[in-house]
Design a protein around this ligand. Structure first.
Ligand code: GLN
Length: 482
């Protein structure tokens, strides 16, 4: 087994036993990056020098038996919309192509405090708008399972980096599925915790009331370990909430105990999802997953959730409204791309934004500005807010009797890189991931066993602040299908 095949939790155990050093591990990862990156394109910035320097520091700490953080020596890839001090943060946009960020996000502070080794900044859809990484100014990140496929999006670079063994853990963000969907496409575990549990100070915002930082791991234990390092209140983010102690009473070491967790679980499946025309492979895996949960003692029932029918339209009206307002700060005045020739400041704004943003970002800004203007706000934006409340109420009703909702993470298989999909076609594929962001719930994608080299993710969406329930269920599921 190569050092880069070892999962994060085992790497830490290996360091503790002095089986290998952090420097050796980081060197192996950098070698993989050198060999694969030209083709995979998972990173916008590789921080080789920093990573080696920090690896040596961690080794010295181990040698001197100093106290170490819970991610000591684990190489982590960080999505390029999250600030790492003195490193470029591009959001995969021409607008921020050369922007070096002068401060650390809370996420980076905590990664450093826990002694992880940040190895690079990962590629993404421009400003996190997309499902493929094809809207990135730096080109697509390929899927390590099949390089003719996309790695998903918007955190596709993080998933590709982890899948291609170019890091041991990766960080994404999730506004409507951006962590869970690429995890599903690349055969990994991806989790979006309860809204507010990881502070977003230093994370570039797409849509404030939807965004949450997410964690990728090779398996459930790894993803949960990363969450543990990141969660907890920070006063610099007014939406951040207290610590939720996701590791409380979860035994990751024992397969049988993990499978036992399934007996406690009451799981709902929306009737609307069962009636849908899913891709046949996804449907097959969904049926198998249902059988696995049932045969291990979980209770599964079908429920009616009418409001799910309007989920995609509602999401795009609300997020585009928030996007148009968030993107207004990128005016080339204080930072970001500035056009070369202009007569006055109005022309400067206009031309800089025209040159700096790609098509998908422009499309969403324009729709957002349109639906927020004058009377249209009543017709669209406020109406969509009401629908959001109905969706929340529907889930609350279900969560009175069930711990979680089960469905496939994505209704289709990973897209081909060469497929030219319309924006609306692409939006449709977010059907199953959006609800968790609408209602602020935790949600995890866990892979089914691979068939023909590809794996389909199953998604569990749980009650707010009960992240431990979906983690337990995903763990039990993972151990029963392995
Ligand atoms: N694919 C979704 C979108 O395009 C989700 C993006 C995200 O979660 N950042 O909006």
């Amino acid at each position: 087994m190569k050092l880069t095949d070892i999962k994060a939790a085992d790497l830490i155990r290996g360091y503790e036993n002095r089986d290998f050093s952090c420097e050796e591990v980081v060197k192996e990862y950098l070698k993989n990056i050198e060999e694969n990156e030209k083709d995979i394109n998972a990173y916008v910035t590789v921080m080789a020098e920093d990573a080696l320097k920090n690896a040596k520091k961690v080794d010295a700490k181990y040698q001197n038996r100093e106290e170490l953080g819970i991610l000591a020596g684990v190489p982590v890839g960080v999505k390029d919309n999250i600030a790492v001090k003195d490193v470029k943060m591009t959001c995969s946009s021409k607008m921020l192509e050369n922007f070096i960020v002068p401060y650390d996000s809370v996420v980076s502070e905590r990664l450093k405090k826990e002694d992880s080794v940040i190895i690079g900044k990962t590629n993404m859809d421009e400003f996190a708008m997309g499902s493929t990484t094809k809207t990135s100014y730096f080109g697509v990140s390929k899927n390590p399972l099949d390089r003719t496929l996309v790695s998903g999006g918007s955190s596709g670079g993080s998933a590709a980096a982890l899948g291609a063994k170019e890091c041991a853990l990766a960080i994404g963000t999730d506004t409507g599925g951006s962590t869970r969907q690429p995890a599903s496409f690349c055969g990994l575990v991806g989790i979006k915790p309860t809204y507010g549990t990881i502070p977003r100070y230093g994370v570039s915002t797409m849509a404030n009331t939807f965004d949450q930082v997410g964690a990728f791991g090779k398996d459930v234990e790894d993803a949960a370990l990363l969450l543990k390092a990141l969660e907890g209140k920070d006063l610099r983010d007014a939406t951040s909430t207290g610590n939720i102690s996701i590791h409380e009473n979860i035994d990751f070491t024992n397969d049988e105990a993990a499978i036992e967790y399934l007996k406690e679980m009451k799981i709902a499946i929306p009737k609307q999802y069962l009636d849908m025309n899913l891709n046949s492979r996804v449907k097959e895996d969904f049926d198998k997953a249902i059988d696995t949960f049932k045969s291990n003692g979980a209770t599964i029932e079908v429920v009616d959730m009418n409001s799910l029918e309007n989920i995609i339209e509602t999401y795009h009206i609300l997020t585009n409204g928030e996007i148009s307002s968030n993107m207004a700060r990128l005016d080339s005045l204080r930072y970001g791309h500035r056009t070369e020739e202009y007569e006055d400041f109005k022309e400067m704004f206009k031309k800089s934004r025209q040159e700096g943003f790609g098509d998908e970002v422009k499309r969403r800004i324009m729709i957002g500005a349109h639906i927020l203007s004058l009377d249209l706000a009543e017709d669209y934006y406020y109406k969509a807010l009401k629908v959001r409340t109905l969706i929340k109420e529907d889930y609350e009703k279900v969560f009175k009797n069930f711990n979680m909702v089960l469905c496939p993470t994505v209704p289709v298989l990973p897209f081909k890189i060469e497929d030219d999909m319309s924006p609306v076609e692409m939006y449709q594929a977010d059907l199953f991931t959006i609800p968790a962001n609408m209602i602020g719930s935790p949600s995890i994608s866990v892979p089914m066993p691979k068939v023909d080299g590809l794996s389909v993710g199953m998604e569990l969406t749980g009650r707010r602040f009960k992240d431990s329930e979906i983690i337990k269920a995903a763990l039990g599921f993972e151990r029963s299908v392995k």
